[in-house]
Design a protein around this ligand. Sequence first.
Ligand SMILES: [Zn+2]
Length: 376
Amino acid sequence: MLSQNFIDEVKAAVDIVKLAQRHTELKKVGDGIWQGQCPHPHHNDGTPSFTVWEKSQSWACMGCHSGKKNSKHKNYGSDCFAFLQWMEGIGWKQAILKLAKEVGIEPEQDQHAEVYDHKRRLAISYHRNMPPQVYQYLQSRGLDRHDLDDWSIGFDGLRITFPLFDRYRKVLGFSKRKFIETDESAPKYKNSSNSNVFNKSCYLYGTHLVTDDCDEIRITEGAMDVIVPKKYGVQNIVATLGTSFTEHHVALIKNMNKIPVFCMDGDPAGLKSIKKSVDMLAEAGVYSKVLLLPDGKDMTDIANEYKELTEDYIQDHAITYAQLMIQEVITQYDSKVNEIKLRLFPTVKQVLQSIKNGDERKVMQDYVYEKMGLKL
Ligand SMILES: [Zn+2]
C-alpha cells in the first residue's frame, strides 16, 4: 500500500513533457501546450494527434482517444502514471514505483497500513466465529452464507459486526448491531469512533461497489439496507449509517458526479432530514431525487419483498424533489378541504332534510354531491 503523500511527491517530481518527449517528438504550439505524433505503437498516427498540457501535467490523444476522461477504450486517466501504464502496459503501482526510482524518491509505505491490517484480521476472526443462532437471525433477514462472506459480516460476542470498507475495500472500522439484550439503554447500532483512518462525517457504507454503469447514487440508512438490495442487483447503493448528512458527504457525492436518490423513511423526522440533505446538495449545484419508503418499511424490507425487481421499484418510485414538494402541498390541500367538508356536513344535511318537496330534495342532493363530493 503506497501512501498518498508518496504518490503526490513522485507526481510533482516528474515532468510529463520530458517523459512524453522520450517517446515522441513534441513541438510547442501554444502557452504550455505541446503536440506530436501519438507515441503508442498501436496508433499509426500520420498527424500530430497527441497533446501534452504542461500546466495541468496531463496528456491525451485526439486520434485514438487515449488519456481522455470518457475514453471508450481502457481508461487509465491522463497523468504521468497513466502515460507509462498506457505506453508500457504495466500496472498503476508499477508505474509509480518505476517513476519514483527515476526521480530518486524512496517508496514510503502507507503509515496506516498496520491499522488496516489489524482491522482486517479482526474482521476475519469475527466472521469465522459466528454462532449458529446469529446466522439464523441474519438468514431470517434475507442474508445467506454468500452475503456474509461478501461483506465479511461477523460476531464479536455480543454484537453483529459489519466491517466498514473504504473505496478500496480496506477495513476502516466496524458498525456493530446489538444482538444480545444486555443493556436496554445501549443504542441498537454503534459505529467505530473517529480515528486516523475513519471519520464518520465523511463516510458512506458501500462505496467500494459504486460503478460508472449507473448514473445514480442511492443513499439509504443502515448496512443491511445496502447489503440486501445489493444482493438482488440494485446498483450504487450506499448508507450513512445513522450519522447526519454533512458538507463532507456533499463533497463526496459531488465528486462521484451522479444523481443522489434518497431512499428513506417518509415519516416527519425522516422527511425533515431528507429536506436538509437535499438543500445542502442543491446549494452545491447537485439535484437529488427522493424515494419515500412506505410506512414503517426500510430498504431491507423492500428488497426482501421485491427481490430482483427492487431496482425497478427504485426507478419507478423515485421522484424529483420538486415533485415531492408539490405532492406535499396537494396532501395539505386535500386535508384542509376534508376538514371543511366535515365541519359543514351537519349544516348541509340539515338544509337538505328541511326540503319538503322530494324532487327538489333529490336535485339539491345531486348538486351537493357534484360540488362538494358529499353523499347525503
Ligand atoms: Zn493515439
